[in-house]
Design a protein around this ligand. Structure first.
Ligand SMILES: Cc1ncc(COP(=O)(O)O)c(C=O)c1O
Length: 452
């Protein structure tokens, strides 16, 4: 498709001066005084508007957003079809509370989620407002439907900040410190990270020790099978560093879960909604969860979370679980528009652009001594930085430097894990934008490494 010079320019970053500019600095000063200091801001970006994969800050600087509001704006910022759906719905009905009344938008979205869920299994949906709430719903349903209280989660995982979701989370000490005691009954297992195998194996010799540990140790000691309701896992670990497990891990995990009557709960909050080139990360492994949690990309930025479960599991009685705002009609129509756009082409674009990015990054470990590993599926890509490729010693300071330098050059990326750069752009991203991101990251890696 022919593009004019002006369009190309608008699709790429343009910084008018050093960032942050004066307006951004003023907002940050006010923020410092009145907003919770618990938020993690990696660099001083103060956003004014967004369109597609581009963000404009309050000083008129244009950035390429390879972060998508932390994997949220799946269809890009302010996609016209999502905006139109929101505007039309907001003019008609903003809220009625699906907990006590009916409206068609919630039913339509539940039907759609059931239709697109992994596996040919009929589903029911409980709606909330966030990823954490979707995970809370999954924990409660797993306990309620099995009558068991133990839950197995994984080290490195992030499931949210509410007490139940936080109890499953085992990512950074600061996220849990001072908030205990956690919800009882949760135990953690090593996550299948093949670059840093917790059992010292190599992919060729792996006998799926991660699942053996669950089967032979946890289920026989602190989480007896008869007391274990669920195994909760991110099919691709997000905040923990964009880690992709091998397929055989899921096969074995399903076997152990089935043999012991334990439910498989997938947290698809970050890896779902088309980001990996398929609607659900689970589909890459032909895995079918009993329950899964969805949020982030589901409604392109409107707050919405969903706990999606096997129909025969979600039979809890009226009053057992609900949320006033959950499944708000405006969020539901945004989700329906988002899902339509994903199916019409954005999911395929995620697959195409992801392959494009990873193909160009394939030789990065050979070209950059500090790139230890490049991994991912679709537009969920992690670049792990190390001090030394042989020892794999983590390089968190270098990672932070590269993230900061990219920002100063107009590219927005964030870290994941201690030393990984995550790429999770909106699914509308173009080849030109991918080129810009790759060129910028290459330059940052060279400069940051040279400056030691
Ligand atoms: C995998 C996963 N689960 C749950 C959550 C929590 O989502 P929220 O911040 O919407 O509560 C996150 C957020 O990063 C996540 O990545």
């Amino acid at each position: 498709m022919a593009t004019t010079l002006e369009q190309v320019r608008m699709d790429l970053p343009n910084l008018k001066g050093p960032v942050p500019g004066p307006r951004a600095r003023a907002v940050i000063e006010r923020d410092r005084r009145h907003v919770s200091p618990s938020y993690t801001r990696c660099y001083p970006l103060v956003v004014d508007r967004g369109e597609g994969a581009m963000i404009q800050d309050v000083d008129g600087n244009r950035f390429l957003d390879f972060n998508a509001g932390i994997a949220v704006v799946a269809t890009g910022h302010c996609h016209p079809r999502v905006v139109k759906a929101i505007q039309q719905q907001a003019a008609r009905l903003i809220h009625m509370s699906g907990t006590d009344f009916y409206y068609e938008e919630m039913v339509a979205l539940a039907e759609k989620l059931s239709e697109i869920a992994p596996g040919a299994v009929e589903r029911r949906v409980s709606f909330g407002n966030s990823g954490a709430e979707a995970v809370e719903g999954a924990i409660k349903l797993a306990r309620w439907s099995t009558g068991r209280d133990k839950i197995i989660a994984f080290f490195g995982s992030f499931h949210g900040r509410t007490m139940g979701a936080l109890s499953l989370t085992a990512r950074k000490a600061v996220q849990r410190s001072g908030f205990g005691p956690m919800v009882p009954g949760v135990v953690h297992a090593p996550y299948p990270n093949c670059y840093r195998c917790p059992f010292g194996q190599t992919p060729d010799h792996c006998a799926v020790e991660c699942v053996k540990h669950i089967e032979d140790t946890l289920l026989k000691t602190i989480a007896p099978a008869a007391e274990t309701a669920a195994i909760v896992i991110e099919p691709i670990q997000g905040e923990g560093g964009y880690v992709v497990p091998p397929r055989k891990f899921f096969d074995e995990l399903a076997r152990v879960a089935n043999q012991n009557g334990i439910l498989l709960v997938f947290d698809e909050v970050q890896c779902g909604m088309g980001r990996t080139g398929k609607m659900w990360a689970a589909e890459h492994f032909d895995a079918v969860p009993d329950i899964f949690a969805v949020a982030k990309g589901i409604a392109s930025g409107m707050p919405l979370g969903a706990t999606v479960a096997r129909h025969d599991l979600m039979t809890w009685p009226p009053g057992a679980h609900a949320s006033t705002f959950g499944g708000n009609p405006v969020a539901c129509v945004a989700a329906l528009a988002t899902i339509a756009l994903l199916k019409e082409g954005l999911m395929a674009n995620a697959e195409r652009m992801g392959t494009y990015l990873r193909t160009r990054m394939r030789d990065w470990p050979a070209r950059f001594p500090n790139v230890g590993d490049v991994r991912g599926l679709g537009l969920m890509i992690g670049i792990e930085l190390v001090r030394d490729q042989a020892t794999k010693e983590r390089a968190p300071e270098l990672r932070d430097r590269v993230v900061q330098m990219a920002f100063e050059r107009g590219l927005l990326v964030l870290g994941a894990g201690d030393n990984t750069i995550r790429l999770c752009p909106p699914l509308v991203v173009t080849v030109d934008q991918c080129e810009f991101a790759l060129d910028t990251l290459e330059e940052c890696l060279k400069t940051a490494t040279a400056n030691g």
